[in-house]
Design a protein. Structure first.
Length: 239
């Protein structure tokens, strides 16, 4: 780690040891994915971490999964809030918020639906240009509320890399979006989660979104639906 330029701080104080980082991370409260088995595999969702989940999208499994992540983020504490970012060209593909499913999760948990929904902030990106403005919008939400524990991006790579992408913008703009969201969440102590689709076929294909997305994510998990309704989770990357 490079030394900080904070006035009055000695060079020795500007460094943080690996032991200090480990102790700080081990003491941080982690969010749950809603699955005990998946939490055990990845260690839960650590504040400041970037978690990428990808898999086949035919059965909307990933869309349901990210709804669950947002619900779990606000379930255990009335002080917690979440930001839900929806990405997709509505003229070319279907990417929508399943409000009925989200409400059913609150009802099943015996929670006040109105209270739960007011703590979930929605941000929509229906074009590449709109996606490029998402970090500024998310930063504004985080600035107005100190309780944002999760930023969840549904189909983060769809507008730039999906089959229905228009590809008007330079892919480097997509890199900037991911980098800024990652930085915001790290600085504010919120977990960043995102979903995307596979870039190809095979037992465990790579996620779409290019090399940078795979590099930026702290944890990458490939989710595949099974015939009995469950999902298999393959840990592709972990610190």
């Amino acid at each position: 780690m490079s030394p900080s330029s904070t006035p009055g701080q000695s060079p020795a104080d500007a460094f943080e040891t690996a032991l200090a980082v480990m102790e700080r991370r081990s003491g941080a409260e982690r969010l749950t994915t809603g699955s005990g088995s998946l939490d055990a595999l990845i260690g839960g969702l650590e504040p400041g971490g970037f978690y990428l989940f990808y898999g086949p999208g035919e059965d909307d499994v990933l869309d349901r999964f990210i709804h669950r992540l947002v619900f779990e983020a606000v379930r255990l504490s009335p002080e917690r809030e979440a930001v839900y970012v929806l990405c997709g060209n509505y003229r070319r593909s279907r990417t929508v918020l399943d409000l009925d499913y989200l409400v059913s999760l609150f009802v099943e948990a015996g929670m006040d639906v109105d209270d739960g929904l007011t703590r979930i902030h929605m941000v929509y990106a229906f074009s590449e240009r709109q996606l490029m403005r998402v970090p500024r919008l998310v930063e504004g939400i985080m600035g107005d509320s100190n309780g944002v524990a999760l930023v969840a991006v549904q189909q983060v790579a769809k507008l730039f890399y999906g089959e229905d992408a228009v590809r008007f913008e330079d892919p480097a703009e997509f890199t900037g979006v991911v980098s800024r969201l990652r930085q915001l969440c790290y600085e504010r102590g919120a977990a960043l989660t995102a979903t995307c689709r596979p870039a190809g076929r095979g037992p465990v294909p790579l996620p779409e979104g290019g090399v940078y997305l795979r590099h930026a994510a702290s944890v990458i998990v490939y989710l595949r639906p099974l015939r009995d309704g469950r999902m298999s989770a393959h840990l592709v990357k972990h610190p």
